[in-house]
Each structure stands twice: as structure tokens, then as C-alpha cells.
Design a protein around this ligand. Structure first.
Ligand code: 6R9
Length: 653
């Protein structure tokens, strides 16, 4: 469904803007010239990024081969090793003493790991994997919490040319089993458990269950984190520490072809089994390093960088592991939840390590809004100089709160749009260059070409809405769906010839800025008027008493669909009388957008159902709103949330 222009006319009439601070521009990695350079010759631009940012053991001869579209080959003929680029070369350049990871465990334990120390660990782990029979091209599954060993494991795989498949630590044994089978992984790396909300939680148990019976897995390497009791199979299971302590500390990184698979990462499709998104080495690493430099404005010698994502999500792959490490960053890695032991945990970490760049998701920002600004205000956050957002549209109100309360009213906030499939950031402001507009992802970064098109695939005019597409190949693009070329073509390339369809709706404003409206299936049709869930959610969040909102369209006999809103209140509003507040919120939306958008129902809830990557699962809320049995909840970060919401609904009846 294309969001109609009639509905879009009322949309997102955000008029605040924030021009760059000259002092920031002065030192920024991103420049206006990059746009001109990329426009003049896209291939030459990417070739320059690849040669300047990445060390190749053999130079490439062709920048892009698109003759077998949509299967791209980038930097053809080149050879490199991703782990060498992320670790060895920093040590060789004399930066071995630089801290790579400031690790903060949830119980309060900390560890600083330098690049030189990391190198030794990665080399040993590579030797261990080789001794277990893992060869170049073999797949390794990684089911780990947020630990430095998770990064070591990924880099050790890259070092021997074995593509990794990282599976979220929150997924069930069924999810592990199907992913391991799909990738035919012979080794799984896991941990005994993880610390969550002040308690050790089991992890290995899910792997044990997933590899029983008919399974390709021969060995399970187990990192000891919590020390809890675990079941043990002497033939199959190996303690990570014991194996590494015996391993040789010397290892030569294996050069691989630029197009050698680096990893597979499963992401859910609209239906059916998850898709194993395939990324290869040269193009992916180039764009991850480039975007981390120009969008996050990373200055590796002086910044302390913190991306709060889980490594099991693509954001963790590109912006904890490959991008920042290729650039030689010093970064924070935190094991646990933001409210353990208290709601100030993140800000305590920012203050302690003087974090200067923070990259997180709108859901986290809105959670902090809910908890109240008094919490971050207790900490010294003046070290922060750049804030980033990813994962969902960020409501203008949340954007402004982020900049004011966390960024002290001075930091640029970059809203970055991209996907597991795109591998790296595609749309974002360039800090120091772009005039920022809260709520808009703004424009394609230099080297990338995106458009908003109508049903016929034609670009829409300014002020209109349509589908977000990518019309030129890019270095970090997915190379396919593991084992399913047809599904790759069908899912992403079948709608219009040679055009990648991202699945998101978007609007162009009068200045040409892109407003991502969410997945196209998040569009509602109320009495023939098309409304975007994002628009109504943003309106609700702009109300001073609302911290977070999720809106769904529920079937309605008279209007086709009706707007149902689920709302979390900010800390100080939680005591208020429900009924008056609901009326107030419904009227607020009617006034801000139009009476058509006025929610039929507003439900005040304590939590919203979210995936581990922080995306609201509107499908489940639609089930609730339509009084259906709630569907599959296995990908929820916390599956008890749905019980709570349902109880609230029953109480309301
Ligand atoms: C990196 C990541 C991709 C989908 C994407 C879109 C949504 C991500 C966004 C955004 C609006 C942003 N999305 N960033 N929507 N503004 N800045 O999130 O990858 O988990 O594959 O999700 O997330 O709907 O299509 P992934």
C-alpha cells in the first residue's frame, strides 16, 4: 500500500531544525565534498574508500561487476582478511596498547582489553577452531551473550575464512536448531550462562537441546561466564578457556577473496522460515568502516565509542565488531540490562568511561523518557559529542529529548536508516555537514542512491510519499539468501527491474528530506484514508505525558480499520486518572493530525512487546486489538509482556 498523498499532507509537519555547529564541522570526517566526489564517479569513489580504509593483501582490479545482477561482486580480484584489518594492522601500526574493549559486566566486573591482547586471543581461538576441523568456508554458529569472547569468536572465524552465523542469545532452542541446520554448522560457540537483571540465566541448555539427535554439530565450545552447573557431553563439549590456554599464540590470517562469505545473519521474513542474509568480505568491510567514520564521526585516537546493540543483531556486527574495529576504535561493551542495578546504569557507564559517541535505538531513548530526565541528569554526560539512532523511526519528540537531555542541547543526533540486508548505513545526516531535522533520516549518504517511488516505480515529487528503494548497487549489499537464490530475487528485486525494494514506506518533504514511515504493512486504512502508524505514534509521543506509543489498525465493521493505540506514560503521569487521560490523548491526536486519526481505543500499558533488537511487534498488538489468540511470541525479548497486556484488556472489559 502506498501511503496516499492526502494523508501525507498532514504528516510530520516538523519545523525545528538544527544547523551544524562550526566547531563540529571543523573536525568532522564527513564533508560536503564527499557528495560531489561520489556523484562525479561512484565506482572511483568506492574504490578510493576501499583502498584508503582497508588493507588488501592483493589489490582488486575491478570495482564492481554487476553483469549478473542482482548478484553483485565488489572489488573483484582483491584479497584481504577481515580479522587482520580489525586487529593485526593496528598492532603493527604501533597501537597495540590502545584499549579495544572496555568491558562492563552486569554484576560490576570490568575488563580492559587492548588491541595487542585481543590479537593474541583471536589467534589462539583461530587455532582452536582449526584443530576442531573447521576449514575455510565451513560455517560456525555463535550463540553468545555480550562478552568480549563473542567478538573474539567472530574475528577468529573471519581469520580462518569460516563464515559465522551469530544467533541472538534470546532465541529458543528451536531457532538454534533450524539456523544450525540451514547453515550446516559443525561447531557452535556458546557460554554456560549470562547475567540478566541481577541473576545468572542459562544459555548452554538451549544449545544442548538444539544439537541432540539429527544435527550437523560435532563440537560445542563453551565460554565460562556465570560458573553455573551445565550438562556436559565429553565427546562434544569443550571449555573455551581450557582449549585457548593450550593453543598456539601464533597464527597467520588467511587471505580470502573479496567476495568470500564473511557471515550469515538470519532475519525474519514476513512469512515462513527466517532468511539467512549473506554478506561477503571486501565490500561489507569497506562500507562498515566508511560509515562508522563519516556518520559516527569516529576519531579512533580520541573517542570512546559505545554502540548499545546486541552483537546478535546486524547493528552489533557492523557497528560493534567490523566497522569500529576496522577503524581501531576504543569502545565500551556492556553485558546487561539498562536498569540493573538501577535505571542510571547506562549514564554511570558514560560518565565513568567518558563515552563520546553513543549509538542506540529509539526504544531505549523512549524508555529513558519514561523513567524521567532526573535520572540522566544525575550524571556528568558532557563527554558526549555525537548521538546516533537506529532500528525504527525516531519520533521528533524523542529526538529532541535525546539531544537536550542526553546531548546537553549541543550534540548532533544522526538518525541512521539501514537493514540487515544493506549491511551498513544507507540514509543519515552527515554530522557537521547536514542541517538536522528531528524525526527525518534525511538523505542518502555519499556513494549511495535511494529514491522514494510510486507504484509504477517512478520517483515521487517533494511533499509526496511512496516506497523506499535503492537503485544503484552498494558495496555492503547482501549477496543473497543462504541457499535460496530464487527467494533473494523474489523478495527484493521482483517488484521493479534492477531496483531493490526495502519494504519500507517513506515520504519526501519539501526540502527533499526522507521520512521513513516504517514497513509498508504498517499503514492503516481508516474509512478510506491511509494513515501511517508512525505518524500517530509520533503525535502521541509529542504529548508531555506519553513516553512511548504503538499504534495498530484493527478490523472495524464500519471504518474498515480503526486506530488502536497502546501507550506507556512518563514517570510523573503514571498516577493520573486513566479515563480523563485517555480522552485527552484521543483529542490530542485529533487536533494534531485530523479527527480521522483519532484512536478508537487508547490502552495504557506498562510495557510493549518488542523484539530483542527493539522493534515493536505490532502484529501481536493487532491480535490483542482484534481479540484473537496471540500469535507466535518466540522472538520477543520478554514473552511475559503479552500476558500483562492481555490481562489489562480483560480487566477493561
Ligand atoms: C539496522 C536494522 C531493518 C528495518 C528497516 C526499517 C527499520 C531501521 C530505521 C528504521 C526508520 C530508521 N529501520 N532503521 N526505520 N528509521 N532510522 O534495524 O536492521 O533489524 O534488519 O531492520 O528497521 O523498517 O527496514 P534490521
Amino acid at each position: 500500500m502506498t501511503p496516499s498523498n492526502e494523508a501525507l499532507a498532514n504528516l510530520l509537519t516538523e519545523d525545528r531544525d538544527f544547523p551544524p555547529d562550526p566547531a563540529f564541522t571543523e573536525q568532522a570526517n564527513g564533508t560536503q565534498e564527499l557528495f560531489a566526489e561520489a556523484d562525479a564517479d561512484r565506482d572511483a569513489f568506492w574504490a578510493k574508500q576501499a583502498r584508503e580504509r582497508i588493507t588488501w593483501s592483493k589489490d582488486f582490479d575491478t570495482v564492481l561487476d554487476w553483469s549478473n545482477a542482482p548478484f553483485a561482486q565488489w572489488f573483484v580480484g582483491g584479497e584481504l582478511n577481515a580479522a587482520y584489518n580489525c586487529v593485526d594492522r593496528h598492532v603493527e601500526a604501533g597501537n597495540g596498547d590502545r584499549v579495544a574493549i572496555h568491558f562492563v559486566g552486569e554484576p560490576g566486573d570490568t575488563r580492559d582489553i587492548t588491541y595487542a591482547e585481543l590479537l593474541t586471543e583471536v589467534k589462539k581461538a583461530a587455532n582452536v577452531l582449526t584443530s576442531l576441523g573447521v576449514n575455510k568456508g565451513d560455517r560456525v554458529a555463535i550463540y553468545m551473550p555480550m562478552l568480549p569472547e563473542t567478538i573474539v569468536a567472530m574475528l577468529a572465524c573471519a581469520r580462518i575464512g569460516a563464515p559465522h552465523s551469530v544467533i541472538f542469545g534470546g532465541f529458543s532452542s528451536d531457532a538454534i536448531r533450524s539456523r544450525v541446520a540451514d547453515a550446516d554448522a559443525r561447531v557452535v560457540i556458546t557460554a554456560d550462562g549470562q547475567n540478566r537483571r541481577g541473576k545468572p540465566a542459562p544459555l548452554k541448555a538451549a544449545v544442548d537441546e538444539a544439537v541432540t539427535g539429527d544435527s550437523p554439530v560435532e563440537h560445542v565450545l563453551v565460554v565460562k561466564r556465570t560458573g553455573q552447573d551445565v550438562a556436559w557431553d565429553d565427546q562434544r563439549d569443550i571449555w573455551w578457556d581450557e582449549a585457548l590456554s593450550k593453543a598456539d599464540a601464533e597464527h597467520e590470517a588467511v587471505p580470502v577473496d573479496s567476495e568470500h562469505p564473511l557471515f550469515i545473519l538470519y532475519t525474519s521474513g514476513t512469512t515462513g522460515k527466517p532468511k539467512g542474509i549473506l554478506h561477503t568480505t571486501g565490500g561489507y568491510l569497506t562500507q562498515a568502516a566508511y560509515t562508522n567514520s563519516v556518520v559516527h564521526d569516529l576519531h579512533p585516537e580520541s573517542d570512546v565509542y559505545w554502540c548499545t546493540a546486541d552483537v546478535g543483531w546486524v547493528t552489533g556486527h557492523s557497528y560493534i565488531v567490523y566497522g569500529p574495529m576496522a577503524n581501531g576504535a576504543t569502545q565500551v561493551m556492556y553485558e546487561g540490562t539498562p536498569d540493573t542495578p538501577d535505571q542510571g546504569r547506562w549514564w554511570d557507564i558514560v560518565q565513568k568511561y567518558k563515552v563520546s559517541i553513543l549509538y542506540t535505538a529509539p526504544t531505549a531513548i523512549r524508555t529513558y523518557m519514561k523513567w524521567g530526565k532526573e535520572i540522566p541528569e544525575k550524571y556528568d554526560l558532557t563527554s558526549l559529542r555525537l548521538l546516533g539512532s537506529v532500528g525504527e523511526p525516531i519520533n521528533p519528540e524523542a529526538w529532541v529529548w535525546y539531544r537536550e537531555v542526553i546531548g546537553g542541547g549541543k550534540t548532533p543526533v544522526v538518525d541512521t536508516w539501514w537493514q540487515t540486508e544493506t549491511g551498513a548505513i544507507m540514509i543519515s545526516a552527515l554530522p557537521g555537514v547536514t542541517t538536522l531535522k528531528p524525526g527525518s533520516a534525511q538523505a542518502a549518504i555519499p556513494g549511495i542512491s535511494v529514491k522514494v517511488v510510486d507504484d509504477a516505480g517512478q520517483p515521487v515529487q517533494k511533499g509526496q510519499g511512496g516506497y523506499l528503494i535503492i537503485d544503484q548497487p552498494w558495496p555492503s549489499m547482501l549477496r543473497g539468501i543462504w541457499g535460496d537464490d530464487e527467494r533473494y530475487k523474489e523478495t527484493y528485486w521482483s517488484r521493479w527491474p534492477d531496483i531493490y525494494f526495502a519494504g519500507d514506506g517513506a515520504k519526501l518533504d519539501d526540502d527533499g528530506n526522507i521520512w521513513v514511515l516504517g514497513r509498508v504493512d504498517d499503514v492503516m486504512n481508516v474509512s478510506g484514508h491511509r494513515l501511517s502508524t508512525t505518524e500517530i505514534e509520533s503525535s502521541l509521543v509529542s504529548h508531555p505525558k506519553v513516553a512511548e506509543a504503538a499504534v495498530v489498525g484493527a478490523t472495524d465493521e464500519t471504518t474498515g480499520q480503526a486506530v488502536c493505540a497502546f501507550v506507556i506514560l512518563r514517570g510523573d503521569a503514571q498516577q493520573e486518572d486513566g479515563e480523563d487521560l485517555v480522552t485527552e490523548l484521543r483529542n490530542h491526536v485529533a487536533k494534531q493530525i485530523s479527527p480521522i486519526a483519532k484512536p478508537r481505543q487508547v490502552m495504557i500499558v506498562a510495557e510493549l512487546p518488542k523484539t530483542r533488537s527493539g522493534k515493536i511487534m505490532r502484529r501481536l498488538l493487532r491480535d490483542v486489538a482484534e481479540h484473537r489468540e496471540v500469535g507466535d511470541v518466540t522472538t520477543l525479548a520478554d514473552s511475559s509482556v503479552m500476558d500483562l497486556i492481555q490481562q489489562g484488556m480483560d480487566d477493561d472489559k
